[in-house]
Design a protein. Structure first.
Length: 141
């Protein structure tokens, strides 16, 4: 599915996993992040109407999603304050994640960022991987 053309919408992953990527000018895929069951993406499209980068969203496992258009969302918010609060909390959590990513980008070197992302992966997916390395190969400075 491509979200850079046509209607703007929020995407809710009900079950499964999908990758969100951009295609570079030379046709290579640049994976931005993964979505899993319960994740929400495209929140900005529900509040403002503006063009955004054309992203490709592709299931990596069998995946069920719900798309919510801007107009339908605005009507839903007017009729359900509880839903509005829950979505706002979800958006706040995503904003906090983006702040962490931004801090890492500016404060950590490449090895430290990779280590932090691997720790996040282990926490989020309850999956660990043994990466043999000596202290002088990445764990220490």
């Amino acid at each position: 599915m491509s979200d850079g053309q046509g209607e703007q919408a929020l995407l809710l992953v009900v079950a499964g996993k999908a990758k969100v990527s951009l295609l570079t000018a030379d046709g290579n895929e640049n994976i931005l992040y993964l979505l899993k069951g319960g994740d929400v993406d495209g929140q900005a499209a529900l509040f403002v109407r503006h063009p955004r980068l054309a992203r490709l969203i592709k299931a990596v496992y069998p995946t069920t999603v719900i798309r919510l258009r801007h107009d339908a969302f605005q009507d839903l918010l007017a009729s359900s304050p509880l839903l509005a609060r829950e979505l706002l909390n979800s958006f706040g959590a995503r904003l906090a994640e983006l702040e962490v990513d931004n801090s890492r980008l500016h404060l950590l070197d490449a090895k430290e960022r990779l280590y932090a992302y691997l720790l996040d992966w282990e926490r989020d997916y309850q999956s660990s991987t043994h990466l043999p390395a000596s202290d002088d190969q990445g764990r220490g400075r």
